[in-house]
Design a protein around this ligand. Structure first.
Ligand SMILES: [Zn+2]
Length: 298
């Protein structure tokens, strides 16, 4: 985490999560506001100018808009980093009529149709961030708890799809800025994240299923089989298995793979476990343990 003035910049969601979960706040927060910055947009983001962009927005909010400080509590970036700006204990200047109990997220970019195409990592971040705020502040995933700037009139009334004062957070924000878009696309993603976070599937359970399946079917000889069975949501992460066997053996040869593992098993086990602990996207520990189990039963 880096600090510049009042602003904290977190390298990734996990770093922010640690900070958020251990920090106590004194303000009641009931509603999460979603915005896009529009200006600055992706054209202005250079990959290393997070603070420059934040300080630019801060200057604009203080000097041109005559706010006391930068408007938003949080800014998300196209590279998956995020920043805390206005302290959480201060109401944001995000949406007239919605600020007292609000928390304002500015997502850097212009997410109107035919403008910036949101990066996958920013999409993931916005879902995770919104989900974690819902948990932290006990906010429900519905139109009362997560609001779009677009749903508010200029004079501060909640009119949902009836107004066109602002397109913010963008007419293409997670498929669109209507209530229906939020209910059909954004909210289900947030709900799924919350569910997975609160009831994680542990690697051990996936492993047990995979091992049982392998013992039963004895389908351990063909990397192609596992690659074929690597379709999304397949119960066994076959792509990892298949790819790992191929990588290790280099010749689609399971015997070579097992021989290799039998000589280097400690190193590889620690390697994969370490990878898994530090990056949940890599489920290498599954592959490693599965190989260990296979080796015992082969
Ligand atoms: Zn807005």
């Amino acid at each position: 985490m880096k600090v510049n003035g009042k602003h904290m910049l977190f390298d990734n969601f996990n770093e922010f999560k640690e900070w958020l979960l251990k920090t106590k706040f004194n303000r009641t927060i009931k509603v999460i506001q979603q915005h896009n910055t529009a200006e600055p947009s992706y054209n202005d983001f250079k990959g290393n100018n997070h603070f420059d962009l934040i300080l630019g927005m801060e200057r604009f909010h203080i000097h041109d808009r005559e706010f006391e400080m930068i408007a938003q509590n949080i800014t998300t970036f196209p590279d998956g980093k995020l920043s805390v700006n206005r302290p959480f204990d201060r109401s944001p200047a995000g949406i007239k009529g919605c600020n007292i109990y609000g928390i304002c997220i500015e997502n850097l970019g212009n997410f109107d149709k035919n403008k910036d195409s949101m990066t996958d990592i920013q999409k993931k971040l916005i879902v995770e961030l919104t989900g974690l705020l819902c948990i932290k502040f006990k906010i429900n995933v519905n139109t009362k708890g997560i609001t779009y700037h677009h749903w508010w009139s200029e004079d501060g009334n909640l009119i949902y799809d009836k107004g066109d004062y602002k397109s913010c957070p963008g007419s293409n924000f997670f498929g669109g800025n209507s209530v229906e878009n939020a209910k059909n696309i954004f909210y289900p993603l947030v709900n799924k994240w919350i569910k997975d976070y609160q009831h994680p599937v542990t690697p051990k359970n996936e492993l047990e299923i995979a091992i049982e399946h392998l013992i039963k079917t004895k389908d351990i000889r063909s990397p192609e089989y596992w690659l074929e069975n690597s379709k999304p949501n397949h119960i066994i992460k076959g792509s990892n298995m298949g790819q790992l066997f191929i990588n290790i053996s280099n010749k689609n040869n399971i015997k070579n793979a097992i021989n290799y593992i039998s000589t280097k098993v400690k190193l590889d086990k620690l390697f994969w476990i370490d990878k898994c602990m530090n990056n949940k996207d890599i489920d290498g520990s599954d592959a490693c343990w599965l190989i260990l189990q296979l080796y015992k039963i082969v």
